[in-house]
Design a protein around this ligand. Structure first.
Ligand code: TYD
Length: 225
């Protein structure tokens, strides 16, 4: 029987990470369209979410009314949403040879629940392995920016100045600073998998860097790895 590793060898798995307000959703929608125009068979998905069950879990996680959720409950819910997403969407898409773009993945759990909430990083890595079946992105792009700027963007654009931030966005600035530091540490430890893009620049500049990074990887990176 073929191993999962062999079965997924034709697909390319790319995750995009970063603090709040880095503009991931806007860029990922554009990136998906641009790659499809180039002829790639591409799917855009997100965490938490990507399936009906995972989207129900997402609603629980982001509901600002659930302000008494414990950090462990939060961690287990992200893992549960991921386990379903892997089996229903990510693994079948990789097996079909598609390019999978995922808006947040396991690095968010290490950054938010590990560096942000202070849960044990080794425990999180074990849970990530369990939920993913040890299938990880080939390439992870971090859209990096100062959380103060990111949260200001979230307030200005996404919520139109209204107080409708989700449960995570409501955390204080030091929580978000720890998360940024977490992402940068992960990238520093495993530079082959990560690319960091400065997301404080204009949308056009950020997108140009993102598109160049991904197309360069799709054309050359996989052969080298
Ligand atoms: P979302 O609205 O998608 O945020 P963003 O647009 O910034 O990506 O909400 C996802 C939230 O869940 C976001 O605050 C990050 C958080 N998160 C975790 O805390 N742990 C995780 O494992 C994942 C995947 C996301």
């Amino acid at each position: 029987m073929e191993t999962v590793e062999r079965q997924i060898r034709n697909g390319v798995f790319i995750s995009i990470e970063g603090p709040e307000g880095a503009g991931k959703s806007t860029h990922l929608n554009r990136l998906k369209d641009a790659l499809a125009t180039e002829g790639y068979d591409v799917i855009l998905t997100r965490e938490p979410g990507g399936t009906t069950i995972s989207d129900s879990i997402r609603a629980l996680l982001l509901d600002a009314g659930n302000d008494n959720m414990t950090s462990l409950t939060e961690l287990l819910l992200y893992a549960a949403a991921r386990a379903q997403h892997m089996q229903e969407v990510i693994i079948p898409s990789l097996q079909a040879g598609r390019v999978v773009l995922c808006d947040r993945f396991t690095d968010s759990t290490i950054a938010y629940q590990g560096y942000g909430r202070g849960l044990d990083i080794q425990l999180i890595k074990h849970l990530n392995d369990l939920a993913t079946g040890a299938v990880y992105p080939h390439l992870t792009i971090i859209l990096d920016l100062d959380p103060a700027l990111g949260l200001e963007r979230v307030n200005r654009f996404r919520h139109g100045g209204q107080d409708s931030k989700d449960r995570l966005e409501r955390e204080d600035i030091s929580f978000h600073q720890r998360i940024r530091k977490g992402f940068l540490r992960l990238a520093a430890k495993e530079p082959a998998r990560y690319r960091i893009i400065d997301a404080s620049r204009s949308i056009e500049n950020v997108f140009a860097s993102l598109f160049a990074t991904v197309t360069d990887y799709l054309r050359h990176g996989r052969q080298q790895s």
